[in-house]
Design a protein around this ligand. Structure first.
Ligand code: NAD
Length: 367
């Protein structure tokens, strides 16, 4: 029997939920099931010390329910630290819907999902993530006020993805300043893996600055669209991570920095939009550090989207959204310097600041 099989069997038999590797003191996990619309969703509420748990909903055709649960747990935890380091009064939550967003998502399913969100009375506030669009959040809004990322016509701040891309671009420039002593990305070779909502706008910023942008995606049609719009080079090889490049920008799903990819990675900087880029935060963060590859922590540089949706709750305007997002540059420089001075990974440096803010608030609440 393989070790993996034994471990899975142990988890299922002994601690099927709280014993999950990704379980990290989550406050609440909600399983939502509706036969009529085919909805199967999991809402992970990691921490609400700083405020309501805000985080997007991802619809994905997971291999199995364990993968979906793990994703909900990992993503919701990531949101806690993202909001904390960005200085927002929000906790961390995230939802996943199991299924193919292209063929199985219906307005009825979205409304039913909204009813489940509503039943949590604002403890969890949703928004869009992979497989979701602004229109879907508009549909959810029909049944609950606990949703952000709704369209500007409906009074929201609109699609957060371009703002996320701007923040990633800022974080990437800060990493370049740190690594090369110069933040101009002209002629730098950048591989963008995943050119969806965020990836496309990132490609736009990069090509405007004169970077040599290579793009990869599982969607051929999108590759052709984005390539013809911005002149980016479509990657046709079979082993992207082994290609010679200056900057690797993961903008698809998480865990692309893993045991298989890390040793062959040729980049000197990793900076992208995807959540949970490190399959194992500690091990892979450390290996990147040892190899001299600067990692701009994902939860730090992809916070533009949450800044944008937070504006819907706090009522600040576009210029304030852009100012806060631009500030990702300064925070990234601070974190990279702090990591170097203290000899810890950049992930740990960012994590410690976020955790300290949560701990301080918790102490205030208990006083
Ligand atoms: P999206 O669904 O619009 O785009 C994802 C793209 O990745 C798609 O084009 C898809 O075809 C591609 N893809 C999927 N698997 C792939 C693979 N194995 N190899 C190459 N390409 C692959 O999603 P998005 O909104 O652009 O988000 C991208 C990432 O950024 C996600 O991890 C998301 O959680 C994260 N993120 C997004 C936001 C936001 O504002 N949208 C905010 C923070 C973090």
């Amino acid at each position: 029997m393989s070790q993996e099989h034994t471990t899975l069997e142990k988890i299922i038999n002994q601690d099927p939920v709280f014993g999950q590797l990704s379980f990290d003191d989550h406050e609440q996990v909600v399983f939502c099931n509706d036969k009529e619309t085919g909805l199967k969703a999991i809402i992970g509420i990691h921490n609400t010390v700083l405020g309501p748990a805000l985080g997007g909903t991802r619809m994905w055709n997971y291999d199995n329910e364990w993968a979906a649960l793990n994703d909900a747990l990992r993503l919701s935890r990531g949101m806690t630290y993202k909001s904390a380091i960005t200085g927002l009064n929000l906790g961390g939550g995230k939802a996943v819907i199991i299924g193919d967003a292209k063929t199985q998502k219906t307005p009825e399913m979205m409304r039913k999902f909204g009813e489940f969100v509503h039943s949590l009375s604002g403890k969890y506030i949703t928004a869009e993530d992979v497989g979701m669009a602004t229109e879907d959040m508009d549909t959810v809004r029909e049944v609950t006020p606990y949703v952000t990322g709704i369209s500007q016509e409906k009074g929201g701040a609109g699609n957060p993805s371009p703002i996320t891309a701007y923040g990633v671009f800022m974080g990437m420039k800060a990493a370049a300043q740190f690594k090369y002593g110069n933040d101009v990305l002209e002629d730098r070779v950048v591989f963008v893996e995943g050119i969806g909502n965020v990836g496309e706008t990132l490609v736009e910023y990069l090509t405007q600055e004169g970077a040599q942008v290579h793009i990869a995606d599982i969607n051929q049609q999108r590759l052709e669209e984005v390539s013809s719009k911005y002149g980016a080079i479509i990657y046709k090889g079979a082993d992207l991570h082994a290609e010679k490049m200056d900057i690797y920008a993961p903008c698809a799903l998480g865990a692309t920095i893993n045991d298989n990819t890390i040793q062959k990675l040729q980049a000197s900087i990793v900076a992208g939009a995807a959540n949970n880029q490190l399959a194992d935060e500690h091990k892979h963060g450390m290996l990147l550090q040892q190899r001299g590859i600067v990692y701009a922590p994902d939860f730090l540089i992809n916070a533009g989207g949450i800044i944008n949706v937070y504006a819907e709750l706090e009522g600040y305007d576009r210029s304030e959204i852009m100012r806060k997002t631009e500030n990702i540059y300064t925070t990234t420089i601070e974190i990279l310097n702090k990591a170097q001075e203290s000899g810890v990974t950049t992930h740990v440096a960012a994590f410690e600041i976020a955790q300290a803010r949560i701990d301080a608030r918790r102490r205030e609440q208990q006083a």
